[in-house]
Ligand binder design. Structure first.
Ligand code: NAP
Length: 360
């Protein structure tokens, strides 16, 4: 039976490279579903994949991970379309309005932290976040909360099955959730009392740290039902997301910088640079038995100075207590936003009904 693989943010960068790699390995045994917010770009990605793999089964699903209603609708659509879901790659992500902290960079350059700074971007990247139409912080909603809604979907009644859960967990089979996290996920950027990162300047780092924590909590709650969660770091990859760090930097200057990056790669194997290399750990996890994976490890895509790709687990700076607390807070937020959504829907029905406002 074909394995069903859903990838969010599949129309470019690491997500698209993963799809390409999966199809290169197995064109016929897969049902690939590209979950994207922009259907024009999604269609272009699908056409590119079908050009190199004409026999592949590649479907599209409209989903904006930052929008609660879009995620809920998409999750319902998945349930209707597929009777199983083997892999759910939670890969879509944004780092809006990134600002390069030049002062922190030069300080870091002459400190003992220089390799870590280059390898993880620690301390040198800040972002300007905003509030979205659902009243949530955009980075939190896109990178974490939408994916949380998609993957977990619990009700307040314990263990009552919602959204994707019935499709993901089924007797005798395992399913995998795989988060594209980052080495820029730092405990220092995360605050349990401010999970949306409303008060800080590093929402990206906070959201990625939260995904590391959440993955651990999901394992605690769902392993018994055959659902496993893992996190990866793709390394430093040249994609739209990284180009956005210096938006006024012309493309040809990035190309000129490539030899410098290759040189840096001699000192740090985290400079994977191409989406193909960056997708290494995502691809590697596809081939693993999830029961044998370490829930406290982040699986890193690495590329050696000679250009060889490999995956390496590294212990994450996370703990069960915080992961559980985050999980509880996300559940709480979920019930709040669902309640709000219901009220909104009622209001709009009322406004459009013949007996609505103005009809009396
Ligand atoms: N590049 C790196 O060095 C690096 C390092 C660490 C982690 N990562 C992570 O890798 C993942 C993939 O990023 P990338 O580097 O491949 O960058 P990318 O090419 O910009 O890909 C990001 C993908 O996410 C999609 N996306 C963004 N917001 C979305 C939303 N609200 N709903 C649905 N899809 C949305 C984008 O779709 P659109 O085309 O519509 O924008 C795009 O397909 C991200 O989670 C990122 O945080 C990247």
């Amino acid at each position: 039976m074909n394995k069903v693989v859903l990838v969010t943010g599949a129309n470019s960068g690491i997500g698209l490279a993963l799809c390409e790699r999966l199809l290169s390995q197995d064109t016929e045994g897969l049902q690939l579903c590209l979950a994207c917010r922009n259907m024009r770009r999604a269609q272009a990605a699908r056409s590119a994949l079908l050009t190199s793999h004409p026999a592949a089964q590649v479907a599209l699903l409209q989903m904006d991970t930052s929008s609660i209603s879009s995620v809920i609708t998409a999750a319902q659509e998945v349930k209707l379309r597929y009777n199983r879901l083997d892999y759910l790659y939670l890969n879509a992500g944004i780092m809006p309005n990134p600002q390069f902290d030049v002062e922190a960079f030069f300080k870091g350059l002459f400190s003992s932290n220089v390799i870590t700074m280059f390898a993880t971007g620690e301390g040198i990247l800040q972002q300007k976040d905003c509030v979205n139409a659902d009243g949530l912080r955009e980075v939190f909603a896109t990178n974490l909360f939408g994916h949380f809604l998609l993957a977990v979907a619990f009700s307040s009644v314990m263990a009552q099955i919602r959204e994707l859960e019935p499709v993901l967990c089924h007797a005798g089979r395992t399913s995998q959730l795989i988060w594209t996290s980052s080495s820029n996920a730092h405990r220092s950027a995360f605050n349990l009392d401010d999970i949306q990162h409303q008060r800080g300047t590093q929402p990206y780092s906070s959201s990625k740290y939260a995904s590391d924590l959440l993955s651990l909590a999901l394992n605690t709650h769902f392993n018994k039902q055959g659902l496993y969660s893992s996190v990866i770091c793709p390394g430093f990859v040249m994609t739209n997301l990284t180009f956005g760090i210096l938006p006024s930097f012309p493309a040809f200057l990035w190309s000129l910088l490539m030899p410098v990056f290759w040189l840096i790669r001699l000192f740090t194997n985290t400079f994977t640079l191409t989406p193909y290399n960056g997708a290494e750990a995502l691809f590697w996890l596809f081939k693993q038995k999830p029961e044998l994976l370490d829930p406290q490890a982040k699986y890193h895509s690495l590329t050696s100075g000679l250009g060889n790709n490999y995956t390496q687990p590294r212990k994450m700076d996370i703990d069960l207590e915080t992961s559980e607390a985050l999980y509880e807070r996300l559940l709480q937020l979920e019930s709040e936003v669902r309640e709000k959504l219901k009220e909104k829907q009622k209001e709009s029905q009322h406004a459009h009904s013949p007996a609505g406002p103005g009809s009396s």
